[in-house]
Design a protein around this ligand. Structure first.
Ligand SMILES: Cc1ncc(COP(=O)(O)O)c(C=O)c1O
Length: 478
């Protein structure tokens, strides 16, 4: 029992909305507990928040109170819920006492769209380590990052068609950190952020954490609806919009030049700051002339563009180096606000990236070969094993956004866990529970292993159809 009153979680109607479709597995307590577990594991419900009272949720779902009581009991047994003295139950992510982790051991992790480390990385780490003595005395605490790395990043933007100097660049601990710093410095509570959905879930998390109001725009045919962008920006003049012009996560879509210009003109006219996430922009799979950085087209539109980028998807996710590229005044404002959050980026890691930047074309060429092979292997397996799934072919990025013939994405997650595959349900990429008919399939891993995981996923999908997916003991989803 815990004494403190935790913050309220979703209301019963909100939770019922998030639970849409849970009945496809019958109305058992186990099915209900399992679906709440999925919502917690994938971040749609937050640990530490209260669940609605059993009686209220039962009434909302139209099931007996005994069902909800038993479901909460199962969650409690698995360490997913803790009782609070006199104030209900709060969600928790801890394991139950004596539980080593629960569920089937994962044999494949499709929950993250990340490629393995670029094999030549250790050579650059050695170069950076050898240079460390040079900077031991010279490097000062610098919120914007090492001048040498900022110059390198600026030169690369300039080469790609966007004239940039070091004072346009602030080095961060990854793109996610960059998004957080931008919001921290520029966004006021209750500002609106327009965003295509589906979207990158941790950006949605960051907007929520910053107190923003997210304005979702649907993507018909998994492509941004630029006419709708123009309408919404003109009508509501939102303070911010977030977009991924190239190799959108999760759809892999890319805007053409005219669409970019239209969004820039609309943002310029509305006074909307565009937060442009180009983390995956250079992960082209098919040969094509690359787009210049999105901000290169902003000239003359009046649009203010703040770009975030990173080497964590191209080189190695463990490097944790990213950046923000914006006008010098905005960069200075972000640097000035930064110390409330953190005091800068590790110098040795910055030296590694500075050493690597001149060879980044090699990294990208290797990535294209690897992603093409895994995309082909995954598409073959999907077409063979799940012929009724819709599988668009992305021309870049790290995932395939599959369309399911039935709204069973959240149901598939525990079924996949039972056969050893971790995956994230479609609704994690949206707001308010949409995308039960979608699943993101990462293609960053090795071809044979990823295809094998998709084979297991197909088996899990068949089990959901047969209502057979749940192992004998209720298994939490990891
Ligand atoms: C679109 C997008 N933006 C930002 C990030 C975060 O990148 P980083 O690892 O550099 O923080 C990711 C990583 O998954 C991403 O897909």
């Amino acid at each position: 029992m815990v004494g403190m009153t935790p913050p309220p979680g979703p209301s019963a109607p909100q939770l019922a909305r998030l639970l849409t479709g849970w009945r496809s597995d019958g109305t058992s307590a186990r099915a209900l507990a399992e679906r709440i577990g999925v919502l917690l594991e994938d971040g749609r419900l937050s640990a530490g928040r209260r669940l609605p009272a059993e009686r209220v949720l039962a009434a909302e779902l139209g099931v007996s109170r005994t069902t909800v009581t038993a479901a909460y009991g199962l969650l409690r047994d698995r360490g997913r819920l803790v009782s609070l003295q006199g104030s209900g139950s709060a969600l928790a992510l801890g394991a139950a006492p004596g539980d080593p982790g629960g569920g089937a051991p994962a044999v494949a992790d499709l929950s993250k769209a990340i490629p393995p480390a670029w094999p030549a990385l250790p050579e650059y780490v050695a170069v950076a380590a050898a240079r460390l003595p040079e900077v031991l005395d010279a490097a000062t605490l610098d919120y914007a990052g090492l001048t040498e790395l900022r110059e390198g990043l600026a030169a690369r933007y300039t080469d790609r068609g966007l004239p940039t100097g070091p004072d346009h660049v602030l080095v961060t601990n990854g793109a996610q950190h960059g998004i957080g710093l931008v919001l921290h410095a520029l966004l006021h509570r209750a500002d609106r952020v327009v965003v295509d959905v589906p979207s990158y879930p941790h950006a949605l998390d960051a907007f929520r954490a910053a107190g923003a109001r997210t304005v979702p725009l649907a993507m018909p045919d998994a492509r941004p609806d630029v006419a709708e962008w123009e309408r919404v920006l003109a009508r509501t003049r939102p303070e911010f919009a977030y977009l991924m012009p190239d190799f959108h996560n999760p759809t892999g879509s890319s805007l053409d030049e005219e669409e970019r210009r239209r969004i820039l003109r609309a943002a310029g006219a509305a006074g909307t700051v565009l937060i442009v996430d180009e983390t995956s922009a250079e992960l082209a799979i098919d040969p094509a002339a690359p787009h210049p950085p999105f901000a290169a087209l902003a000239v003359g539109t009046g649009a203010r563009v703040v770009t975030v980028g990173s080497v964590n998807k191209t080189v190695w996710h463990g490097l944790r180096i990213g950046w923000v590229r914006a006008d010098p005044r905005t960069v200075a404002a972000i640097a000035a606000a930064r110390p409330a959050r953190d005091l800068g980026t590790p110098v040795l890691d910055q030296l590694v990236v500075a050493a690597l930047l001149p060879d980044v074309q090699r990294v990208l060429a290797d990535r294209a070969v690897q992603l093409r092979a895994t995309r082909a292997a995954v598409l073959d397996r999907l077409r063979a094993d799940l012929p009724d799934w819709r599988v668009p072919v992305p021309s870049g990025g790290l995932s395939i956004w599959a369309g399911l013939p039935e709204a069973r994405s959240s149901l598939l997650v525990p079924a996949a866990a039972a056969v050893g595959v971790r995956i994230v349900a479609g609704p994690r990429f949206g707001v308010d529970g949409a995308f039960e008919r979608n699943l993101r399939i990462p293609i960053g891993g090795a071809p044979a292993a990823t295809a094998a995981a998709v084979g297991l996923l197909a088996e899990a999908w068949r089990r959901t159809a047969a209502g057979l997916h749940v192992p004998e003991a209720f298994a939490p989803v990891l």
